[in-house]
Structures are given as C-alpha cells and as structure tokens.
Design a protein around this ligand. Sequence first.
Ligand code: PPS
Length: 265
Amino acid sequence: MCTSETFQALDTFEARSDDIVLASYPKCGSNWILHIVNEIIFTVSKKRCEYPEFPVLECGDSEKYERMKQFPSPRILTTHLHYDKLPQSIFKNKAKILVMFRNPKDTAVSFFHFHNDVPDIPSYASWDEFLKQFMKGQVSWGSYFDFAINWSKHLDEENVKFILYEDLKEDLATGIKQIAEFFKFSLTGEQIQTISAQSTFSAMREKSQETHGAVGPFLFRKGEVGDWKNLFSEAQNQEMDAKFKECLEGTSLSAKLKYESYCHD
Ligand SMILES: Nc1ncnc2c1ncn2[C@@H]1O[C@H](COP(=O)(O)OS(=O)(=O)O)[C@@H](OP(=O)(O)O)[C@H]1O
C-alpha cells in the first residue's frame, strides 16, 4: 500500500493551512475521527468532503499528491506516520494535526483480529505469534512504541491536539466539541448531539458495509475498551507493562494515556 516511490513523492506534497491532518498508529480509531470530522464539516457547510483518493496520506501511487492540488479545502488527510516523517509543508503552512492514541493492549488486540479476520491480508498462526511481532515492531507501520516516543515530543505544540480513544468512548459529545473547537468549527449543542448519535460504534458498524465495503464489519469489529483482557496472558501483561515503562515513563504522553486505568485490571 505504501511504495518507496510514494514515500519519495510525499515530500512534494503541498499542505495548506486549512488542511486537516488526522494522525494515529493503526487501529487507534482513525476511521472514527475521520467520520467525526467529516460530519462536522458537513454540518457547518452542507458539503461532503468526498475525494477520489484513499484518505491515508502515505498510501497510493506517487501521482496522488499532484492530483490532490485540485481538491477543494478543507482537505482531510489521515496518516499513520511518525511526526518526523510528515511532509515539511504541513509545519511550514501550519496545518492543524489531531493525533489520536489508544492504549497499546487494545491496539494490539484490534490489530491481531484485523489481520486474522480480513481474508486478503496475511494472518498469524496465533495471538502469541502476533504479539511477539507487535512487541518487536515488526508489523505494518512499525512499532507502536516508536510512534508514541516520536509523537510524545510534539503533543504540546500549537497546531497539534492530542485525543484519547478511551476518552472519546467515555464522552463522545465532549470529544466532538473539542475536535470542532480545535479546527475552529462552531457547532450548536443540538448539532453535537446529532453528530454523537451518528458516531457511536453501533451506528458506524451498522453502516460499515455501505461506507467501507466488504472490509467494513472487520474494521468496525467490537469498539470496546478492555478487550485485551480476553487475550493477554499474565506474562504478556507483564511484558507490555515493562515495555511501556521503559519507553514512555516520565513523558507527558505517559500520563495522557492513563495506562494505569486502561491497561491494569
Ligand atoms: N465509533 C466507534 N466507537 C468505538 N470504536 C470505534 C469506532 N469506530 C471505529 N472504532 C474502532 O477503531 C478500531 C479501528 O481503528 P482504525 O480505524 O484506526 O483502523 S485502521 O488502522 O485504519 O485500519 C477498531 O477497534 P476494534 O473493534 O477493537 O478492533 C474499531 O472498532
């Protein structure tokens, strides 16, 4: 999905100040925030941002960035890249970036199911086998921990906003309000409620085949916090807890992820 030609061409991408960048490690809810931002824009402008390109910035052919010059603003771009690998024009032109995180245990579980449920992508012999690769960062888009370490240095920058999957799950309306405010869209309370109702897991899963085709039901699988308890062994919990400590202890991201609440029994 991401060729070296496309990576090279990525540097030629010309960001605009009103581009909306949605960054996350895989399986942390990028389709969820993409849907929310789309609904916010539709609510305020009555226009749908429907572009004939796959929304992930780094995926597709190398001509994609040339075609994107024709797209009207605001363009919504999703990405799984590290902050340091984003095209420089995003920073130069001060595009705003919403970065979404999810606890690493649920992220790994979601990633594993995706690989083993979707027919056209490689599957793993077992959960244990997948987790070994996940911990080594030998999965698509590399290590969760490298992604987290890289982004953790930039979360307090002016044009970057952090959002946590688990917080959005706990209080969707407040999350939608914060997202709208960050991108400077003004919504009434009623509009926020309407978007919330359209953005619950069940509402999105119900429409998933229509919105995402055959992969839809696999992408919108369970949408829960704490599903890791069904797969992690005690030894795997200890390994993940130690890795989290080793990589993120003392960083501002460590507190923001609320690891104690979401990754301990
Ligand atoms: N509305 C809503 N509410 C709660 N959870 C939601 C929602 N939409 C998507 N999801 C869950 O996000 C997980 C998929 O993440 P991504 O969209 O980032 O996947 S991907 O990397 O783009 O393939 C995947 O998590 P799991 O269900 O745990 O596998 C989705 O179910």
